[in-house]
Design a binder for this molecule. Structure first.
Ligand code: ZN
Ligand code: ZN
Length: 292
């Protein structure tokens, strides 16, 4: 089992603290909860999407439970939506639901679809979903629900800034649950350039280097202003930046240790004295020193 402390990105936590400190934010959250968006979305889901289950497209449904188990979260409701654009999203507050689009299933390999589901489950594990739902409403045009009055510009920008940072945590969750950054990165490559038949031979290092090129772009002040304006209203960081971030993280000792711990847990062998998961090759338990 992997816990959010293992993968939450420090910039996510910091952006969340800053967001929650913006005057009027707590009021905006309360106003949002009063809208009853959960019932609204639930109705739309039930009426227009396919709810996946053991009885409905079980091959697709069965991708979800093992990932939920790994990330130690309850199972959200799981829907398939007809949409040629590859996408996935999780909304709700107390009753969460995860939607994947038909385009996602068509565009990506099985493993890549799993990585996307793990990314979404990472958002659930980090308790991102309520604020994400708010950010989405904002992008869809908050006016429709009369929320514009409470969502001031600083709150809107703060929400989107945090939303972009939160993606980095969810990418880490996916790399942790999948045991490798590879499917996470490949997903980003496909979403940037098209399906595997086109992007199968993309050079990942070259692609990640685009993020460095992007940074040097911003050395002049005017370029910086242009790029800041380009990203400010986006809910996601640019894909090349995400690839570089996840490559960096998976290179750390922390990630290696996390992978080793997961392997130990999954091996099912436990110390008879302290009951910690142990490696069958250890003569002495590394936790309590007992000979096993
Ligand atoms: Zn996400
Ligand atoms: Zn022990």
């Amino acid at each position: 089992m992997i816990s959010p402390q293992d993968f939450i990105h420090p910039e996510d936590e910091e952006a969340r603290r800053n967001l929650e400190a913006i005057p009027g934010f707590a009021t905006a959250v309360k106003a949002f909860l009063r809208l009853g968006m959960e019932q609204y979305y639930h109705g739309i889901n039930m009426a227009s999407k396919i709810r996946l289950s053991e009885k409905q497209l079980p091959e697709l449904y069965r991708k979800l439970p093992p990932i939920c188990q790994k990330l130690n979260i309850g199972e959200p409701e799981f829907f398939l939506e007809m949409n040629p654009a590859p996408n996935a999203y999780t909304f709700g507050d107390t009753r969460l639901f995860l939607t994947i689009t038909s385009g996602l299933v068509e565009y990506l390999t099985e493993e890549e679809v799993n990585a996307v589901i793990a990314h979404e489950c990472g958002h659930i594990a980090c308790h991102h979903v309520l604020y994400h739902t708010m950010a989405n409403l904002l992008k869809a045009g908050a006016d429709m629900f009369g929320m514009l009055g409470v969502l001031t510009t600083p709150i809107q920008l703060g929400l989107l800034y945090w939303s972009r940072r939160s993606e980095l945590s969810a990418d880490r969750a996916a790399a942790a649950a999948m045991g490798s950054a590879k499917p996470v990165i490949e997903t980003m490559v496909r979403l940037s350039g098209g399906s595997k038949s086109i992007t199968g031979k993309v050079d990942i290092k070259e692609y990640a280097a685009q993020a460095d090129a992007y940074d040097t772009l911003q050395e002049s002040n005017w370029d910086k202003i242009l790029q800041t304006a380009a990203i400010a209203w986006q809910s996601h960081p640019f894909a090349a930046v995400r690839v570089r971030e996840i490559l960096k993280w998976c290179d750390t000792e922390h990630y290696q240790q996390l992978m080793d711990n997961i392997k130990l847990q999954e091996s099912g062998t436990k110390c008879f004295n302290c009951h910690q998961p142990i490696d069958v090759n250890w003569i002495f338990c590394k936790f309590c020193g007992t000979k096993n």
